[in-house]
Design a protein around this ligand. Structure first.
Ligand code: SAM
Length: 334
């Protein structure tokens, strides 16, 4: 028998699925945070995580085979670059560990086939409600952690997005679904004469970044709670929507964009910031698209699809700009 490893792609995919279960176990057992900077022996790590040393030893050996943790010559386990991304303090890793931990998300992924039969998103099929409502109703603590983790993860792209925006020097920018407000903060810092409104649902607005609600930015920034499906604050020169539309189906996207069109003045810009879905996407983008379907019943989109959403909402599509790993899709109000 060949012991070198799986010899066909289906076997390899099954190995990756099982590897995801290993990662989930590591996160649920808090292995990465427990290890910190000092290597630990299996008995020490088992004592600190309340695990069986024999099972833990096998789990660690399996994780190590994927580059998550490393075994030193003295028999103790230490961090690798990969395992450090699983620490709760890691800026980007936090959203991934959040996702790995969440039972509700795993139940949704396990029901992909049922959802395909029903033609609805798995999260909706399993939990009977949408992702954001479920979080705020059933897991408010995770909701707060999710928004914090999202804010940390998306902050990495702020520099690219701000540089590509071509910000007006004066006027008003509304960040629709702006989360805790890191992008708006960086926009306002880049354009010292610009005013801003952070717009999101009530629970998120209540947790807006301290930098936005205190001086020096507070005098130029307002926080407004509401529902973008119904309306958004009026009179902005620029409406920003980063990672908003990929959470919604086409009809709801059109409702959100119509809210912007209805609140904007003729000539106001509406800029959607998202990942671009190519006709033949790479695995990372394809999985981002499936992730949107599983959790939100929604999707990543091609440029033609964004252009069509803008036009359906009565906005005039102007084109896209690539920046870092993201694209800006821009329209103007008629
Ligand atoms: C994926 S997060 C993106 C946050 C932020 N734009 C960023 O780039 O970090 C989506 C945001 O949409 C907000 N949201 C969800 N439903 C909303 C609604 N009906 N009206 C306004 N905001 C909403 C969520 O609370 C969340 O902050």
């Amino acid at each position: 028998m060949d012991h070198e490893g799986p010899d066909d792609s289906v076997s390899q995919m099954l190995v990756l699925l099982r590897a995801a279960h290993l990662l989930r176990a590591a996160v649920l057992l808090d292995l990465a945070d427990t290890l910190e900077d000092d290597p630990l022996s299996v008995p020490d790590l088992a004592a600190r995580t309340g695990t069986d040393p024999g099972v833990l030893s096998r789990l660690l050996a399996a994780l190590t085979s994927f580059g998550v943790f490393t075994l030193a010559e003295d028999g103790r386990y230490a961090h690798t670059a990969l395992s450090r991304t699983m620490c709760s303090t890691h800026p980007v890793g936090r959203i991934l560990t959040q996702d790995l931990k969440a039972d509700a998300n795993w139940q949704a992924w396990s029901n992909l086939a049922a959802a395909a039969r029903e033609g609805r998103g798995p999260f909706q099929v399993v939990h009977g409600t949408d992702f954001y409502s479920y979080l705020s109703e059933h897991e408010p603590e995770r909701a707060a952690d999710f928004h914090q983790a999202m804010s940390n993860a998306t902050e990495e792209d702020n520099g690219d997005v701000v540089a590509a925006l071509g910000l007006p020097s004066t006027g008003l920018v509304v960040d629709v679904g702006g989360g805790r407000g890191t992008l708006l903060r960086d926009v306002l810092r880049a354009a010292p004469e610009l005013n801003g409104v952070l717009f999101d649902v009530e629970g998120v607005i209540a947790d807006a970044l301290p930098e936005l609600v205190s001086d020096p930015l507070a005098s130029r920034c307002e926080t407004v709670a509401g529902n973008a499906l119904e309306s958004v604050p009026e009179g902005a020169d620029l409406y920003l929507l980063r990672f908003i539309l990929h959470n919604w189906g086409d009809d709801d996207c059109v409702r959100i964009l119509k809210s912007c069109a209805g609140a904007a003045r003729p000539g106001s810009r509406v800029v959607v910031v998202e990942v671009l879905l190519e006709k033949t996407p790479d695995a990372y983008t394809a999985m981002a698209d499936m992730g949107m379907f599983v959790l939100f019943g929604s999707q990543e989109r091609t440029e033609a699809e964004y252009a069509s959403l803008f036009e359906r909402a009565g906005l005039e599509y102007r084109g896209s700009t690539a920046t870092g790993s993201l694209h800006l899709f821009e329209a103007v109000a008629r």
